[in-house]
Design a protein around this ligand. Structure first.
Ligand SMILES: *Cc1c(COP(=O)(O)O)cnc(C)c1O
Ligand SMILES: [Zn+2]
Length: 418
């Protein structure tokens, strides 16, 4: 039962993460027998034979340079240029936090300003390959932007569902692409439930994070691939990753292991994976702190709206990644998130959205607690651009002074050292 898609010849099919039952590589996402989530299964020997560091470095400067490890036909991808974002050595932030070798993966610089472009590029490429003409999603904001943009580029229709109380910037920057945008009176978990129902009513819609989720989620592995390549085919000792559904964190973990499996790393990686959440929506951090396996749903209340998933689909798997690698999950208050945004901007010149504030503030907390150590090579994943969540910092950030256009007024208002 393995019909192989053109181009993606290294994909064996789908496989249940719980009971390992095989499925064909189609728009399927749950196991009929145990209701476990499905995941893409690869022929790693075939990938090892096909791929090499040289081949990758000669590839496009997008996620598609890792096509051998992605589950869609890379000969004609839905591609706006997602990926291969800068890995910035953060000397000044490291000094503030008492850390040593610290890097920031600046994923604010994707085509629509967030890491979601990675997963959407993969999901819609696969969806188009499977014959879908409509791209859909349930979104906390960034996914909406990305599905709108990629569908427009591919000439597909889009229908995007968001909670009604999103930041204005995220609404406008989705609607501008011309697809259908539906604001739902409820939180993300309400939106997601509605979309699960709609997905079964409309089997001709590719819901990127529902019926094509197994392909979508694989796009996040490129966050690990790029970091390893950018570090000269070495891995970090410790990464800090924000958690919404938990998919990104799980796949970053998987990405490092896959590189070793296919022979792209010299040594077996031992990357500690830590997670970051907002205190106002911290189901995974709470389960971690309580030492349980049970991720209890929460009602989100935080300025980090892009991470506001109270019932995370991959929460358990994210916990498992963190625990099995010796990481931790931290959570931070809204004030700490704002401070995290400003700290990153002031020390490194990178302006992140609230999710980036969550990552940096959590990194600061884990560093203060000694969980993230000064002897470790650390990478913090900053996943969305600050221009989308201006409101979070607009009260603290304005002109130093407003003056009449005269020298006198300037000299009175501003003290200059040199
Ligand atoms: C969606 C999102 C995440 C996390 O995504 P999950 O894979 O659902 O955990 C992180 N950062 C930003 C900016 C996002 O939009
Ligand atoms: Zn199963």
């Amino acid at each position: 039962m393995t019909t192989t898609a053109p181009g993606a010849s290294t994909v064996i099919g789908l496989c249940c993460r719980e009971c390992a039952r095989p499925y064909p590589p189609e728009a399927l996402h749950v196991c009929e027998y145990c209701f476990g989530p499905l995941e893409v299964a690869y022929d790693y020997e075939a990938i090892a034979a096909a791929t090499s560091r040289e081949k990758i470095s000669a590839g496009p400067t997008t996620i598609w340079r890792y096509a051998d490890l992605l589950p869609a036909d890379a000969s004609d991808p839905v591609n706006l240029g997602a990926g291969f974002t800068p890995l910035v050595r953060a000397h000044r932030l490291a000094a503030e936090l008492g850390l040593g070798e610290l890097w920031v993966k600046n994923d604010t610089l994707n085509p629509t300003g967030s890491f979601k472009d990675r997963v959407v590029s993969v999901a819609l490429t696969k969806a188009r390959e499977l014959g879908f003409k409509v791209g859909a999603c349930a979104s906390t904001g960034n996914l909406a932007n990305s599905v709108g943009a990629h569908a427009a580029h591919a000439g597909m229709e889009s229908i995007v569902f968001i909670p009604h109380d999103l930041e204005e910037a995220k609404v406008v920057t989705t609607a501008v692409y011309g697809g259908k945008l539906v604001a739902v009176e409820g939180n993300y978990d309400d939106v997601n439930r509605l979309c699960a129902e709609l997905a079964s009513e409309h089997p001709t819609w590719a819901f990127v994070n529902v019926n094509v989720r197994p392909y979508y989620s694989e796009g996040s592995k490129t966050l690990a691939f790029e970091v390893a390549e950018q570090l000269g085919w070495r891995v970090p000792d410790h990464v800090v990753v924000p958690i919404a559904s938990g998919s990104q964190l799980t796949k970053v973990h998987k990405g490092f292991d896959e590189l070793y499996k296919v022979g792209l790393l010299d040594e077996e990686p031992h990357v500690r994976v830590s997670g970051a959440q907002a205190a106002g929506c911290s189901p995974v951090a709470t389960a971690f702190a309580e030492g349980t396996d049970h991720v209890r749903p929460q009602k989100p209340c935080t300025i980090a709206k892009s991470l506001a998933i109270g019932n995370p689909a991959d929460g358990w798997y994210a916990l498992d990644s963190v625990r099995s690698t010796g990481g931790a999950v931290g959570s931070v208050t809204d004030d700490e998130i704002v401070e995290g945004i400003r700290l990153l901007a002031r020390t490194e010149g990178i302006f992140a959205e609230t999710a980036g504030g969550v990552t940096i503030a959590t990194l600061a907390k884990l560093a203060a607690e000694g969980v993230v150590r000064p002897d470790e090579r650390v990478v913090a994943y900053v996943t969305g651009h600050g221009l989308k969540t201006i409101d979070a910092v607009s009260r603290q950030c304005g002109p130093t002074a407003t003056i009449a256009p005269t020298m006198e007024a300037f000299n009175q208002a501003i003290e200059v050292q040199t």
